[in-house]
Design a protein around this ligand. Structure first.
Ligand code: FEO
Ligand code: CA
Ligand code: CA
Length: 555
């Protein structure tokens, strides 16, 4: 089924009529679409677009959130803030996503935020760099509370987004929340498992639920590894939670769906088990869905799931990308005899998706991170953040064009859209977001231990940053730095509000290199506690409004 721009960008059409806009996938697909593109623009708008020029921010190692001219920010919520009588906002926020409660009001809705992992020193007091210190169960319990995700209702009033305290929707999902498996067979004996963690990026569904992806799950409960004779051994985790809670590694590494209204949570086994960075959905005209997800590990793969039933994340086939030959290879135990030589059934293929993908001859990639669909062309963009094992220090952005623009095609063409490095001014692309006019916003993720090191490859880039590639104007196609992160931090979870006027952005792991609480490497956001705190901010301002000028294009 070919890409239908008219349907995919209905939200732009709505904007041009002066109404508010829904994000992709929350579109009324049946509604009258208004194709919006540069050809449809009024003369004045086109002229303004041509003149659009951005002032780039210089690279900086300052411990602050710096913004280029035309942008402002305010903090929406930070680690430890109360969200209800019993719950507080978790640590290290990543994926951030907003769904309005009432489609007629873009300024009041539910914010979902992932909490990926913890810095033990800040969260539980465990001194991980001191070999003499031993983690206690109480410390692990604290850490388990701080991961997962938060749902908070937020409202914008007078240009400021604020949390609605104690709203009945406000709640936490943690490493202790019971979660059902959306599968017909138990996994390691269970159909309901305990908790989610390692929640990196995510996605939303057309039926208005959040997807949160379990990425480096082996950090908490380890991994089951198989040798050449298919004999299993357990590899211990970095955090050692398995010493206190005997939860099998196979219960983690999935895409998790959260229904914010019902409060239900489920894990989708059909999408495979690996270090899921994100899960990006496209709904076909017959309401079947296509879900893209990358495995963020050196030399791992890009996957897509095509459902066989409308709006199902269970019925369908998982494919892995053979990028060299432009083919999607089915991870299907029934039809692939090579999979039968190693795995006993489809459930095992999905649990050990990495090994199955390798057997099929998938193409190893340089750590696939976020995936976004260009609303104007329907092309799929994948961040390949880096691969030091292959001397790729700066990464690139891969463009995938499905054959004939059909998201359920089994062949595609792939090419490098933009390479990281000094020439293009960015390194280690991670999260991506298209705004309503089709400008591409990119966050970088150079690791805290490698940034600002005099002899290292990342020195010229200084702190992690937010960049934009304008689609129109004098800077079209150039990578422009528009925000610089506090020390050791990365920006994560860029997400535009439905009217395109606010960019929600997470500030993750400021001061991550801290080894002494009295002397943290960052103090952002400079509150009374004097320690760094991950937080979600709202970025607004004339630049975002100008960049989204296409919203004003008339029919
Ligand atoms: Fe959690 Fe791949 O970043
Ligand atoms: Ca990421
Ligand atoms: Ca990353």
């Amino acid at each position: 089924m070919a890409y239908d721009r008219r349907k995919f960008i209905t939200f732009l059409g709505k904007a041009s009529l002066g109404a508010w806009i829904t994000p992709p996938f929350l579109i009324n697909y049946e509604g009258a679409a208004t194709p919006v593109n540069a050809e449809g623009a009024s003369k004045d708008t086109l002229e303004a677009l041509k003149q659009l020029a951005l002032e780039a921010l210089a690279a900086s190692d300052k411990d602050d959130l710096l913004l280029t001219k035309g942008l402002d920010y305010h903090t929406v919520i930070k680690w430890g803030d109360k969200i209800s009588e019993q719950d507080t906002f978790g640590f290290n926020n990543d994926f951030t996503c907003f769904i309005p409660l009432d489609e007629k009001n873009p300024k009041d809705g539910l914010l979902w935020v992932n909490h990926e992992y913890v810095h033990p020193l800040f969260v539980s007091g465990f001194d991980y760099k001191n070999p003499a210190s031993k983690r206690t169960k109480a410390q692990v319990d604290k850490e388990m509370y701080e991961v997962g995700g938060s749902i908070v209702r937020i409202k914008e009033e007078n240009g400021q987004w604020k949390v609605v305290e104690n709203d009945p929707h406000n709640r936490r999902v943690t490493a202790k929340t019971p979660i059902k498996l959306n599968w017909d067979h138990p996994i390691e004996g269970k159909t309901t498992v305990i908790g989610t963690h390692s929640n990196c990026s995510g996605g939303i569904t057309p039926w208005k639920t959040f997807l949160t992806c379990e990425e480096n799950y082996d950090s908490f409960f380890g991994e089951t590894e198989y040798d050449e004779n298919n004999v299993a051994t357990k590899r211990p985790s970095r955090y050692g939670w398995e010493k206190f809670y005997n939860y099998p590694p196979e219960h983690y590494g999935w895409v998790v769906e959260v229904d914010p209204k019902e409060g239900t949570v489920q894990k989708h086994i059909a999408l495979g088990r690996f270090a899921h960075e994100c899960c990006t959905l496209y709904q076909l005209a017959d309401k079947r869905v296509v879900a893209y997800s990358g495995d963020d590990k050196n030399n791992e793969y890009l996957y897509k799931f095509i459902s066989s039933k409308p709006q199902s994340l269970k019925e369908g086939t998982l494919y892995v990308a053979d990028v060299e030959n432009g083919k999607w290879l089915p991870l299907d135990w029934e039809s692939q005899s090579v999979l039968k030589t190693k795995f006993k059934d489809q459930t095992e293929v999905l649990i050990r998706a990495r090994e199955a993908a390798k057997l099929l001859g998938a193409t190893p990639l340089n750590r696939p991170e976020d995936i976004e669909i260009d609303p104007i062309t329907g092309h799929i963009f994948v961040s390949l953040t880096n691969n030091k094992s292959k001397n790729d220090f700066h990464g690139s952005i891969l463009k995938v064009e499905e054959s004939e623009g059909a998201f359920d095609a089994l062949t595609f063409k792939a090419s490098t859209y933009k390479a990281g490095g000094e020439e293009n001014g960015f390194s280690c692309p991670d999260n991506l977001a298209f705004d309503l006019a089709g400008n591409l916003w990119i966050t970088s993720d150079m690791s805290g231990s490698a940034m600002n090191k005099a002899e290292g490859p990342y020195m010229p880039f200084k702190n992690n940053s937010l960049f934009v590639i304008p689609r129109y104007g004098k800077d079209a196609g150039k990578v422009i730095r528009v925000a610089s992160a506090p020390r050791d931090a990365e920006f994560t979870g860029p997400w535009f509000s439905p009217d395109g006027k606010t960019l929600f952005l997470s500030i993750q792991h400021p001061g991550e290199q801290t080894t002494d609480l009295k002397n943290p490497t960052s103090k952002w956001p400079f509150d009374e506690d004097n320690i760094p705190k991950p937080a979600v901010v709202a970025i607004t301002g004339s630049l975002i409004e100008k960049m989204n000028k296409l919203n004003q294009i008339e029919d």
